[in-house]
Design a binder for this molecule. Structure first.
Ligand code: ATP
Ligand code: MG
Length: 509
């Protein structure tokens, strides 16, 4: 249950939280909390057990002679102190090194995963990664050695102290015996009681100590629950208009949270952006790499919130709107859309997993995306597993994946379709086909927000916004922009020239 709660909460926090390294660290440490919680029950029982036997032994000792009980306690305090000190240190070290451990796992996973395998072999990345792995293991080992040295020192102090206390205890017992204050039979019983008492006291200390160590991890889990609740996507909010006419960005500024506060202030990814996205049309976003196109559509989809400015859906501020409902309306083929390691069918139907899966809807979306051939070529059609490192798994080519990604967005049937570089991996024929379909969708009143570097495909857009370094530099219909001779016209001419330019004349012979 604890693990499920952990996963449930992690899945609903804001994207910014998941990308935040501090939150990620908490996610890392808290994952041990669930199993710790389970083990705490076991250790709890053991603590109670040890306590019962300790009380029994202490009772016997008190009856035999009042001086014996304090001596027993003095014998056990050092090991309690030693164990607690070491547990604290281990926990602190774990916290300091958890990121390091994660990086180590990441590198070792890179060495075995199929995605990295080709470059490891062709570019010879293997030795490089191994070198890093070794260096990281060595630092981790140094830390273990440091902990071991400290533990040895603490252990030595504790053991010396216990030894002295033991000598004192038995000396007292001998003194009592010699002075005739205690009968031999009673002293014998006392020895047995001291031994059993110190054993149960030691057990008690050890178990309490383990309990304490596990509790620290459960504490992390609880901290995660609290923090995840604070950073969760808000539930509820203003309703969005049923059939809005336009979405307006008003002076929207957004910067990705900078990881290091000391770093030079970075240029915001979006800088005072004001633009309109009329609904029921094709709106294209163009601009050079890193100009902020993907960031803009992520804000549109509610994945990030603007630092300044507003995003208005016909006057309703998206920041106060019901985020769940907002997401309901959006279908997205992200630039780095997820290739789910499931069957082809699931890869399409996850577009709306809340709706019952029907064959008609599935077939319609596959057709809409022009992915029929992709599916036909699969050994088991839509039921083919698309995870090649599992038995029966199959791998698609980049373009084939892209078509499935488009089919997924079509399956979702959102009011606003965001397509970020939908054709980057498509062949020329497929590209034309996909744009044809996108145009048809817009004809049916579907809003399409299209991001592409293929400016020829932008010609059919109703409105084009040109971004440059996070700012909107031009807006208008493709023809207007061409006539204006700005950035768009320049990029357009660059691409067009590639086709019209004459190939260099080769000298014969
Ligand atoms: N998750 C992120 N965290 C931090 N910075 C980011 C993140 N994503 C993008 N950026 C930065 O924001 C800026 C805009 O990136 P964005 O992805 O919006 O560009 P783009 O116009 O989509 O580019 P491309 O054409 O290459 O896809 C870039 O400078 C990039 O480095
Ligand atoms: Mg992008």
């Amino acid at each position: 249950v604890a693990t499920e709660m952990y996963l449930e909460r992690a899945a609903v926090v804001e994207l910014a939280a998941i990308e935040d390294h501090a939150f990620h660290k908490l996610l890392d440490t808290a994952q041990y909390g669930a199993s710790s919680a389970r083990r705490m029950i076991m250790y709890g029982t053991r603590v109670v057990n040890a306590m019962i036997s300790l009380i029994t032994a202490a009772g016997v000792l008190t009856v035999l002679h009042p001086a014996l009980l304090p001596l027993l306690i003095t014998m056990t305090i050092p090991s309690a102190w030693g164990a607690l000190t070491n547990a604290r240190r281990r926990y602190e070290s774990f916290h300091t090194w958890v990121q390091h451990a994660r990086a180590g796992h990441l590198i070792s996973a890179l060495l075995t995963e199929p995605e990295a395998a080709p470059e490891i072999r062709v570019h010879g990345v293997g030795p490089f990664l191994l070198r890093h792995y070794r260096a990281m293991s060595e630092t981790a080992e140094e830390e273990q050695a440091r902990l071991a040295r400290l533990a040895a020192r603490t252990g030595l102090i504790a053991a010396a102290w216990t030894g002295l206390a033991t000598v004192a205890t038995y000396a007292t017992l001998g003194g009592l015996l010699l002075s005739g204050a205690m009968a031999l039979s009673v002293a014998g019983t006392a020895v047995i009681a001291i031994r059993s008492g110190s054993t149960s006291l030691n057990t008690l200390v050890l178990e309490i100590n383990t309990l304490h160590e596990e509790a620290l991890f459960v504490g992390d889990l609880e901290r995660l629950y609290v923090e995840a609740a604070e950073r969760a996507i808000p539930v509820g909010g203003d309703p969005l208009p049923d059939d809005p006419r336009e979405i307006r960005f008003e002076n929207v500024t957004f910067a990705y949270p900078s990881d290091h506060p000391g770093d030079a202030v970075r240029r915001p990814a979006l800088d005072d952006v004001t633009l309109t996205l009329p609904l029921g049309r094709i709106v294209a976003l163009v601009g050079e790499n890193g100009s902020g196109k993907t960031t803009l559509v992520k804000l549109l989809a509610g994945l990030y919130q603007p630092d300044r400015g507003r995003i208005l859906w016909d006057g309703v501020d998206a920041a106060r709107a019901d985020r769940q409902r907002l997401a309901e309306r959006i279908a997205m083929v992200a630039q780095d859309f997820k290739r789910w390691p499931f069957t082809a069918k699931v890869n399409v139907a996850v577009g709306r997993s809340s709706a019952p899966l029907t064959d008609e809807r599935l077939a319609a979306s596959v057709t809409e995306a022009g992915a029929e051939e992709v599916v036909e070529d699969l050994p088991r059609g839509l039921d083919t597993l698309l995870a090649r490192n599992f038995s029966g798994g199959h791998e698609l080519s980049g373009g084939q994946w892209q078509r499935l990604g488009i089919a997924r967005a079509a399956y979702r049937r959102g009011h606003i379709l965001i397509v970020d570089e939908p054709t980057a991996a498509l062949d020329a024929r497929a590209e034309l086909e996909v744009f044809e379909k996108i145009r048809a969708l817009a004809g049916n009143g579907q809003t399409v927000v299209l991001i592409t570097h293929r400016l020829a495909s932008v010609r059919h857009a109703d409105l084009v916004h040109v971004l440059d370094q996070g700012r909107v530099v031009e807006s208008g219909t493709p023809d207007e922009l061409l006539a204006n001779g700005g950035v768009y016209a320049e990029l357009y001419a660059l691409q067009a020239n590639q086709f019209t330019a004459k190939p260099p004349v080769r000298k014969a012979g």
